[in-house]
Design a protein around this ligand. Structure first.
Ligand code: ADP
Ligand code: MG
Length: 401
C-alpha cells in the first residue's frame, strides 16, 4: 500500500530495540460515574499496530487523551482503566506513568525493555497538549526515537502529540488504523468510478454545510435525508409541520440547491416521510412531503423515498455516506437508515465509505459494517478529509523535503 505524500506505514519503519511513541485514540466511553468501559472498540482497533511493534521488539510509549480535562489533572479522567483493559487484551503488563510529561513519565519510559509497553497519563491533563506548545512537543519527542500515529479521530487537531512533536522526531509513520483511513478516504479525493453519490443526513445542516459545498465539486448526485432534509424541504417552500428545522439555514440551503443546478449535481430529497407527534409515537404515519400537517414531525424518510434512494445507490460506483436518515436510535424511526445501510452493502461494484460517529453506529446496528468498503473511525476528521482539507496529524506524517 503506497500512501500519499510518502507517508510510511509502521511496517516500513525499523523499530527493533527503538523507543516508539504511538499516538492512539483511547477516548473511550464509560458507564456514567464508574470506571467501566462500555465500548472498547478504540482500544481493540490499535491491537494490530501494537502486536506488530511488540513482535519486532520495539519499546512502546503510548499517548492518548481522554475526555476534556481542559489542561488540568482530573483523576476521574485517568487512563488507568484503559491501561488495565489493554493489559487484559494483550495479556501483558503495562506501566502507567502518573503524569503525561515530567520526571515520573521520563522514568517509566527509560525503564522500558524491548517488547514492553508504557502508557503516559491523559495528555490533555497538560495544557501544552491542546495548545500545541513547543516545550510539551519537545518533551514528548524526547521520549522516543520513532513516532507513529494511529489516532485518526484526532488527526484534524493540531496538538502537541498529533502534530507539534513530530518535527522533533527523525522517523515517523502511520499505524494500521491510520493507514487504512488514509488509503480509503484518499480514494474519494482522487479519480473515482462514477457515478459518485454522497448520502448526507443527520441532525443539522449547520454541522455539514461545508461538507455539502465541498462535495458539490466532486460528486454526481447528493441524496439528503434526516433532519437536515427538513430544512431543505422548507427552503423549497414545503410545510414541514413540527419537524426539526434550522430557520437560520434556509438561505444556505437555497444557495446550495442553486449551486447544485449550476454544477449539474442531482440532489435527491425525500418525497415522503415517516411522521409522529413526538419521538415516542409508536406507529409512524407516512405522508407525502406536500401533506405534512402542522403538528406532525418528520422523523424518518418514507418508503417511497427509500425506494428512490435505493435505486440511486444501486447505480452508484462510489458512495460516501454521512448522517442517519432518521432518528435511528428508536426502532420505529430506523427503517430509512437501515435501508441505506443495506443499499450500500448490496452494491458490490461500488467503493462504499461510511463516516461520522452516528453513521458508524448505525451501520454497526444494521450488522453490515463488514459489508462496506470502509467505515471510518473518525467523525470530524473524516468529514474534513472528504472535503479535501489538510489534516495536521496527517500532514505531519508526510515526507519532509
Ligand atoms: P454523524 O454522527 O453520523 O455525523 P449526526 O451527528 O449529524 O450524524 O446526526 C445524527 C443524529 O441525527 C441522530 O442522533 C439522529 O437521531 C438525528 N436525526 C436524524 N434524523 C432526524 C430527524 N428527522 N429528526 C430529528 N433528529 C434526527
Ligand atoms: Mg454525531
Amino acid at each position: 500500500m503506497a500512501l500519499p505524500g510518502g507517508i510510511k506505514t509502521v511496517e516500513e519503519l525499523a523499530v527493533e530495540g527503538k523507543r516508539v511513541f504511538v499516538r492512539v485514540d483511547y477516548n473511550v466511553p464509560f458507564e456514567k460515574g464508574t470506571k467501566k468501559i462500555t465500548d472498547d472498540a478504540r482500544i481493540r482497533a490499535t491491537l494490530p499496530t501494537l502486536k506488530h511493534l511488540i513482535e519486532r521488539g520495539a519499546r512502546i510509549v503510548l499517548g492518548s487523551h481522554l475526555g476534556r480535562p481542559d489542561g488540568k489533572v482530573k483523576p476521574e479522567l485517568s487512563l488507568e482503566p484503559v491501561a488495565a483493559k489493554l493489559a487484559e487484551l494483550l495479556s501483558l503488563d503495562i506501566a502507567l506513568a502518573d503524569e503525561p510529561v515530567g520526571d515520573g513519565a521520563r522514568k517509566v519510559v527509560s525503564d522500558l525493555r524491548d517488547g514492553q509497553i508504557a502508557m503516559l497519563e491523559n495528555l490533555r491533563w497538560n495544557p501544552g497538549e491542546e495548545a500545541n506548545d513547543e516545550a510539551m512537543a519537545r518533551t514528548l519527542a524526547s521520549y522516543c526515537d520513532i513516532y507513529v500515529n494511529d489516532a485518526f479521530g484526532t488527526a484534524h487537531r493540531a496538538h502537541a502529540s498529533t502534530a507539534g512533536m513530530v518535527k522533533f522526531v527523525s522517523e515517523k509513520g502511520a499505524g494500521f488504523v491510520m493507514a487504512k483511513e488514509i488509503e480509503f478516504l484518499s480514494r474519494l479525493l482522487g479519480k473515482v468510478d462514477r457515478p459518485y453519490v454522497a448520502v448526507l443526513g443527520g441532525a443539522k445542516v449547520s454541522d455539514k454545510i461545508e461538507v455539502l459545498d465541498a462535495l458539490l465539486e466532486r460528486v454526481n448526485a447528493i441524496v439528503i435525508g434526516g433532519a437536515m432534509a427538513n430544512t431543505f424541504l422548507e427552503a423549497m417552500g414545503k410545510k414541514v409541520g413540527a419537524s426539526k428545522v434550522e430557520t437560520d439555514k434556509l438561505a444556505n440551503a437555497r444557495n446550495f440547491l442553486r449551486k447544485a443546478v449550476e454544477k449539474k449535481v442531482t440532489v435527491h430529497l425525500p418525497t415522503d416521510v415517516a411522521c409522529g407527534l413526538s419521538l415516542d409515537t409508536a406507529t409512524p404515519t407516512v405522508v407525502l412531503v406536500d401533506h405534512i400537517s402542522d403538528h406532525q414531525m418528520a422523523l424518518d424518510i418514507g418508503p417511497g423515498t427509500v425506494e428512490l434512494f435505493r435505486r440511486v445507490l444501486a447505480e452508484a460506483r462510489t458512495v460516501f455516506w454521512n448522517g442517519p436518515m432518521g432518528v435511528f436510535e428508536k426502532p420505529q424511526w430506523a427503517n430509512g437508515t437501515m435501508a441505506v445501510a443495506q443499499a450500500l452493502a448490496d452494491n458490490k461494484l461500488a467503493l462504499t465509505v461510511v463516516g461520522g460517529g452516528d453513521s458508524a453506529a448505525a451501520i454497526a446496528q444494521a450488522g453490515l459494517a463488514d459489508k462496506v468498503s470502509h467505515v471510518s473511525t473518525g467523525g470530524g476528521a473524516s468529514l474534513e478529509f472528504v472535503q479535501g482539507l489538510a489534516l495536521p496529524g496527517i500532514e505531519a506524517l508526510k515526507e519532509t523535503k
